[in-house]
Design a protein around this ligand. Sequence first.
Ligand code: SF4
Length: 350
Amino acid sequence: MSSKINIRALNHEQMIANFANLGEPKFRANQVYEWLWYKSASNFEEMTNLPKAFRDFLDENFFIDFLEIIFKQQSKDKTVKFLFQTADSHNFEGVLIPNKDRVTACISTQVGCPLNCSFCATGKLGFKRNLSAGEIFEQIFQLNKMSEQIFNRKLSNIVVMGMGEPLLNYENTIKALTHISHENSLHFSPQRITLSTAGEAQGIKKLADDNLKINLSISLHSADNEKRNLIMPINKKYDLDTLKNAISYYYQKTKKRITYEYLLLGGLNDSLEDAKKLTDFTKISPCKINLIEYNPSSESKFTASNKKNTEDFINFIENKNLIVTLRKSKGKDISAACGQLANKNKNFNN
Ligand code: SF4
């Protein structure tokens, strides 16, 4: 496989040019492109409207970055976690979260994560590699199929909140989401896609410039520089002022409401002083605040916020007339909840 080219790494024009060099007409490239990005073909044999000799040629010179689901686990609350394996034997996870009238897919963009947030099990794995655009696309395509099989309905929402920092794998993530949104593919509305970042300020500005219609969510978790440095090392690179500037830039360009994710960590970021700093920070633009219950993993040094602190925190925010929700974590019993994705159900040996 090593000398073969990843065919989904070619864009449409490159594919046309590549095949033209071999004397193949433009419509061949269109056909292959459709099989890859609209029908999610896993091998060239499936491309039945291509001549056999051409399929053999493709097989000899290219490969498709297809994924295999090697493990599946369902929680008591019906959340389902999938362990995907790449062609070069890397593992990562994706999750289906059913609700009354919808199914949300939480997807990964990297194998592991380089940002090492101290409350996050994925960060402990270290960083292996970026997922390719094809792999991210495949993950969504397969999760959609699984959603139809298990819940009898297509995906209604996608949250890019699984393993990895999506803005550190910007091109591949956006390419995959763009293909998923294409009318001949899943035709997924960008309005139903939310990308979550730990605070990659440069990427936030790029997202604003590219004027994609997807929603942006910031994993803030503290609006105090000292505390944020402690739990999210990215804050040493982009501190709260820098992040604020990027968010402000994003809002000016897109006029889209920002969502803030805030894990309530007992005794660390759940005081009224923390709530005040949070509401001050979010004044930059219209926003929504999602407070998240913390799910300690076995090795975790943090605890969840207690009931009283949580209630006081919520009341403080509500009194500032801000929209706030407390998200009950789903899939805790199968380590599929926020910050728990760590390939624990199989040895992570890649
Ligand atoms: S919380 Fe997100 S950005 Fe931080 S280590 Fe985990 S996966 Fe990476």
